[in-house]
Design a protein around this ligand. Structure first.
Ligand code: HSE
Length: 432
């Protein structure tokens, strides 16, 4: 074994960074044996130097992250500060000064992955980011390496633990969105400002990264259609249950049947209880992958948290250190296919539409005609008279597969019917 250590700079020492430092210390001998050389924590860049960080030599702590990555003796920079800047500049500077990079930064990778990969290539460096998607779950490396000989056609994932916790709570207890969110906040699953999670931004960044790797093409954050889950109601769950389904916030990346384009989207959807993703409870994540040769695969585990995310970071650190020792680099960007990303209007799926309608002769026929005029075929219709004496009824229509554009046109036309009092909810039905 080489005795001269590989030097690691840690950018950020919060929930994840402190776990990375702890595991580097407590597992030092095993890491050295697996890598073939010791790894040394050579510096830790933080914003608040006065904060006590157990197990970290205060002499290693600095507020000057730029000086740390410019030192010249750093072999690997571990970036766990998140956000776009200064992370982007620090990573680029790290490459320029001979370091490889391990990052957990989904927002940055989703927005600037191409430029960062190019910078890594220019400097014969590695850029690894297993922790950026679904925390501890091995996903990036299986897609990049284990499935490199296969053809992935679809990735369907629960990639946000906060929203899965909320939806699971709503499903299992009948709680409304706000009540379930409050509990998620009290238990530390949801942040004080939960927007990134509940509006689907976090999942959209992960979808962009997964789609790019799965389909060997460029998918940017802006290419991902996004709907949050704040409008999901207890009534939606009741409807889902009536269909033998539950509701999940899904990230869905698909290759078109003709192979000529891809789509990436994040939105709440009904999935059958028989689908493996339906049994993903609490704050867990899971990603279901469908490929030509392997068939169906599911990756499951904790998608967030200090130690689980640090596990993924450490796995990357070992891989990057091994590459450094052998003078090689691992698999880099593989966006060679340049497939167009189709707009949401071209996505084809099934829909569950809940309408409030007048309960009088001819209404069902009128509604059915609107669906027919837009080329949307109805699978089932369920009508229930309301008990409020207002002469209205609830009409639930489930369609066969149709394009999102056709469905949007249908709903617009339905809203213009005098007999349709309101469109209570529209939800896609996936995983069948
Ligand atoms: N906030 C994310 C989640 C974890 O709830 O899954 C980090 O991406």
């Amino acid at each position: 074994m080489r005795t001269r250590p590989l030097k690691v700079a840690l950018l950020g020492c919060g929930v994840v960074g402190s776990e990375v430092a702890r595991i580097m210390t407590t597992h030092a001998d095993d890491l050295a044996a697996r890598i073939g050389a010791p790894v040394e924590l050579a510096g830790v860049a933080v914003r608040r130097p006065s904060k006590v960080r157990e197990g970290i030599d205060p002499a290693l702590v600095t507020t000057d992250a730029t000086a740390l990555v410019k030192r010249g003796d750093i072999d690997v920079v571990v970036e766990v500060i998140g956000g776009i800047e200064p992370a982007r500049s620090l990573i680029t500077t790290a490459f320029e000064h001979g370091a490889s990079v391990v990052s957990a930064n989904k927002a940055l990778l989703a927005q600037d992955g191409a430029a960062l990969h190019a910078a890594a290539d220019d400097h014969d460096a590695d850029l690894y980011y297993e922790a950026a998607v679904a925390g501890a779950i091995p996903l990036i490396r299986p897609l990049r390496e284990s499935l490199a000989g296969d053809k992935v056609n679809r990735v369907l994932g629960i990639v946000n633990g906060t929203t899965n916790f909320i939806l699971d709570k709503m499903d299992s207890t009948g709680a409304g969105y706000q009540e379930a969110l409050d509990e998620a906040t009290a238990l530390g699953y949801a942040e004080a400002d939960p927007t990134a999670d509940v509006e689907g931004f976090d999942a959209a960044a992960k979808a962009a990264i997964l789609a790019g790797i799965a389909f060997h093409t460029r998918v940017r954050l802006d290419d991902v259609y996004r709907e949050g889950m704040i409008e999901v109601t207890s009534a939606d769950f009741a409807s889902a249950k009536a269909m033998g389904c539950t509701i999940k916030l899904l990230a869905i990346c698909e290759r078109a049947a003709d192979g000529g384009s891809v789509t990436a989207r994040v939105h709440p959807a009904m999935i059958p209880l028989s689908h493996p993703l339906a049994s993903v409870r609490g704050a867990y994540n899971a990603v279901f992958v469908e490929s030509d040769a392997a068939g169906q695969l599911m990756f499951y585990g904790p998608g967030a948290g200090g130690a689980p995310t640090a596990s993924a970071v450490l796995g990357d650190l070992v891989a990057v250190c091994r590459n450094k020792l052998s003078g090689a680099t691992g698999p880099g960007d593989s966006a060679y296919t340049q497939l167009p990303v189709s707009p949401m209007g071209e996505v084809v799926t099934r829909y569950h539409i809940s309408l409030d309608v007048a309960d009088k002769p001819g209404v069902l026929a009128q509604v059915a005609t609107v669906f027919a005029e837009h080329g949307v075929s109805i699978d089932t219709v369920r009508q229930q008279g309301r008990q409020d004496g207002g002469g209205d009824a609830s009409l639930v229509v489930v369609t066969h597969r149709a394009s999102d554009a056709s469905l949007t046109g249908t709903v617009e036309a339905l809203r213009n019917l005098d007999t349709v009092r309101g469109v209570a909810s529209i939800m896609r039905v996936e995983g069948e």
